[in-house]
Ligand binder design. Structure first.
Ligand code: ADP
Length: 463
């Protein structure tokens, strides 16, 4: 390129990646160029390393998805503009800008926070152009319509399902991914804050209203992602959506059931699903008997309302166990007492079940000096191959709770796998990160399978 003047944003193309038009930000403050990519999978071919990835090439449009393949030349630690360090794959590919084409290196990042799909750093532009930071599109502008034409997009809003994500925080990884996965599959996704819904309960015409009074209608399906403190209200709203004909990816009865640890274990026991020996009693006089029942210390005491490992205590001696149990009881806390599976050595397995299948599993290992493997407590996740028995137990435990989507925590004991807990809103970050699978997409597929949009609409209810 002869030295031309280019602006702070320009249209370019990455022909070998199959990207005919990308609006890029030219940033001489950044050394390397980067591209927003997700679903990254590396593989080898003819002695070279390649990466497969998906990209939303058009800014602010998550429905257009392009699958690309690039030659990996490096892996680098890159500091983002927000100061976070991230290990990124680097690919080399030709760029076309202002009629000239040359090879550049690009790092791949799946942070969806940058508005521009691509950032061109000074390395790529070295000696090729003068950057005028006050100008835009000096090399020519392309209209949104033309961009869509280039990606051969036919947008038809009415083909998709109307899916509501019922949750509290739109910024959470899991919630962002579910919206993204639904939009990628052509659905009309909407985030709805549970606490801002209200309802009109009537036999003739039940309704759900939102914020300033908007009526939420024509809802094909909802994805309830209810945080523990919102269980009561969130389940009531879920039930209301079921009564207006929406399919619920986890019904309210099943969510309520799974939120009660004691009740969950009783359901599992009814279905002969293995779990650690567990005791529960209400009065302090039974403390010694309860300890005996779970074969003495070391044992684990769990607060029934606890989550993310908080409220799970290890008592190493019978004396300590007695004190802990009596202390909890004096606070009128509901607890259960469980045999300690020492041989698990701080490890457990999270199986992610969607619609009767284990779609991914990870092993979680507790931080040093800790027996609880929860990721929120510093546990680390890694890939794991589960046995046929573990798979069967995870599926049966989910079925026993009546859940469609569940995270089933299994601990490996010397007597075989045992279920610790079943979570009705399992997080997606750890599992997608470790397995590289599009778990959010599989959840959307489960909705597609269970909702039959027809006129008049015939839908399955699950509440
Ligand atoms: P929470 O719902 O708060 O996550 P869990 O019952 O899943 O509570 O326990 C948290 C963690 O503590 C588990 O992931 C597991 O690593 C460990 N743990 C729980 N129960 C036992 C047990 N009976 N024996 C050994 N470790 C246990």
């Amino acid at each position: 390129m002869k030295k031309v003047v280019i602006g702070k944003e320009e249209w370019c193309s990455l022909p070998m990646l199959g990207l005919p038009a990308i609006k890029a930000r030219i940033d001489s403050g950044a050394k390397t160029s980067s591209l927003h990519a997700f679903n990254l999978h590396t593989f080898e071919e003819d002695g070279h390393k390649y990466v497969h990835f998906d990209i939303h090439p058009v800014q602010d449009n998550r429905k257009i998805v392009q699958s690309c393949r690039g030659l990996v030349v490096d892996q680098r630690n890159v500091k983002s503009s927000s100061g976070e360090k991230e290990k990124r794959l680097v690919i080399r590919t030709p760029i076309t800008l202002g009629g000239e084409t040359w090879d550049i290196e690009i790092t791949l990042t799946n942070r969806d926070t940058m508005g521009y799909r691509m950032l061109i750093g000074r390395e790529a532009m070295a000696g090729r152009a003068l950057i005028d930071p006050d100008a835009s599109f000096c090399l020519g502008a392309i209209s949104e319509e033309d961009v869509k034409k280039q990606y051969k997009v036919k947008e038809d809003k009415n083909n998709g399902l109307n899916i509501l994500l019922l949750a509290s925080n739109p910024e959470l990884y899991s919630n962002r991914r579910l919206i993204e996965a639904g939009e990628q599959r052509g659905h009309n996704m909407r985030f709805v804050n549970i606490s801002q819904c209200y309802m009109n309960i009537s036999a003739v015409n039940p309704e759900v209203h939102y914020r300033g009074g908007e009526l939420l209608e024509d809802v094909d399906a909802i994805i309830p992602r209810i945080k523990p403190v919102m269980t009561f209200y969130g389940c009531a709203i879920t039930r209301q959506f079921a009564s207006i004909g929406a399919y619920c990816l986890n019904g309210s009865v099943a969510i309520t059931r799974s939120r009660d640890k004691l009740r969950s274990l009783q359901e599992l026991s009814n279905k002969k699903i293995p779990m650690p020996t567990t005791g529960f009693a209400n009065s302090p006089v039974d403390t010694k008997e309860i300890i005996r029942m779970v074969k003495g210390a070391p044992l684990v005491v769990k607060l029934l309302e606890g989550t993310q490992g908080r409220g799970v205590v290890l008592a190493e001696t019978n004396k300590a166990a007695e004190s802990v149990i009596n202390a909890f009881k004096s606070l009128n806390a509901n607890i259960l007492v469980q045999e300690f599976i020492k041989e698990a050595q701080g490890e457990d397995i999270r199986c992610f079940v969607v619609d009767g299948k284990v779609v991914g599993s990870i092993q979680r290992k507790a931080a040093a000096g800790e027996f609880r493997a929860n990721l929120h407590l510093g546990g680390t996740a890694s890939a794991v191959k589960i046995t046929a028995e573990e798979r069967r137990i995870a599926i049966n435990a989910t079925k026993a709770m009546g859940l469609v989507v569940a995270g089933v925590d299994i601990i490996r004991s010397k007597d075989g796998p045992k279920v610790l807990e079943i979570n009705s809103s399992p997080g997606l970050e750890g599992i997608e990160d470790v397995t590289g699978k599009d778990i959010a997409g599989l959840m959307i597929q489960a909705i597609e399978k269970n909702v039959v949009p027809a006129k008049p609409k015939a839908k399955k209810k699950s509440a």
